[in-house]
Design a protein around this ligand. Structure first.
Ligand code: DGL
Length: 282
């Protein structure tokens, strides 16, 4: 990784940069747009190198720095790492590399949402292999709630199902039941809260909730991340005024732009035109 690109002068008119390995981070972009509708956004999906979750931390950190450099070079006022795997592997490195820029990850916000939702303090984290292996969620939850009992389940197939758009039906349900079987088997000691520790997973909410059972609360980091971004921008007087020129949303993908547009629309909750997605190389 080369030297950090120089930052353009911070301006409220610059977009917020958001990245993920693929379309998963669009669930975070959706929450950001709901919370901060006057802002412009530039979203990068590193679709050529997805999935991140099965790769080593070292590799994910390298990819994350390249994605962040690309966004910073284009001019952003805030960076949102809308990927748990990349947040776990690279958030401190990104914060150090871009020390003048607010950089928000999704793990702390997800941990906060889980701790707020749980009564019993028994929390299950569903995440990628890499996020589970690194233990970042367990540590983040323990910092907020030291008495919490955290179990973590690696659900690699959920990423493939989400990218494929198979978010309901027999295959998705069978995968959810298989991954969540340990929770149901725990009986009275089962977690009362499940945190979706991968930004691809909210589109599978229906099958995950059915497999977890009625009494389990399911939370994700999207809304709490958006709230954190708002407070970073407010603290630096970088919120964009409503009623200025209409905000823009741009998309960059490192491969398969038409697939990104087609599947991504479901994650974003709004259609994405293939012409609005620029193919880039990192
Ligand atoms: N969306 C990413 C996350 O939040 C990971 C998906 C992948 O494995 O690339 O962890």
């Amino acid at each position: 990784v080369s030297a950090a690109p120089s930052l353009p002068v911070g301006s409220a008119d610059l977009p917020i940069g958001v990245f993920d390995s693929g379309v998963g981070g669009l669930t975070v972009l959706r929450a950001l747009r709901a919370a901060l509708p006057a802002e412009s956004y530039i979203y990068l999906g590193d679709t050529a190198r997805l999935p991140y979750g099965t790769k080593s931390e070292h590799t994910v950190a390298r990819y994350a720095l390249q994605a962040a450099d690309e966004l910073v070079e284009r001019g952003i006022k805030c960076l949102v790492v809308a990927c748990n795997t990349a947040s776990a592997a690279a958030l401190p490195a990104l914060q150090q590399r871009f020390s003048e820029l607010p950089v928000a990850g999704v793990i702390e916000p997800g941990a906060r949402a889980a701790c707020a939702a749980s009564r019993s303090g028994r929390i299950a984290v569903l995440a990628t292999e890499s996020t589970v292996r690194g233990g970042a969620y367990t540590r983040a939850i323990a910092r907020i709630r030291p008495d919490a009992v955290v179990s973590a389940i690696a659900c690699a197939l959920f990423v493939a199902l989400a990218e494929e758009g198979w978010t309901e039906g027999a295959v998705a349900s069978a995968a959810a039941e298989r991954y969540l079987a340990p929770l149901r088997a725990a009986g009275a000691a089962a977690p009362d809260t499940v945190v979706l520790g991968c930004t691809h997973f909210p589109v599978l909410l229906g099958v995950i909730a059915a497999a977890a059972g009625e009494r389990v609360r399911i939370v994700d980091s999207a809304a709490t991340t958006a709230a954190e971004v708002r407070s970073h921008l407010a603290a630096r007087a970088l919120l964009r005024a409503a009623g200025a020129s209409p905000p823009t949303v741009r998309f960059l993908a490192t491969d398969a732009v038409s697939r990104f547009a087609e599947v991504g629309g479901r994650f974003l909750g709004a259609p994405i035109a293939a012409d609005d997605v620029e193919l880039i190389d990192l």
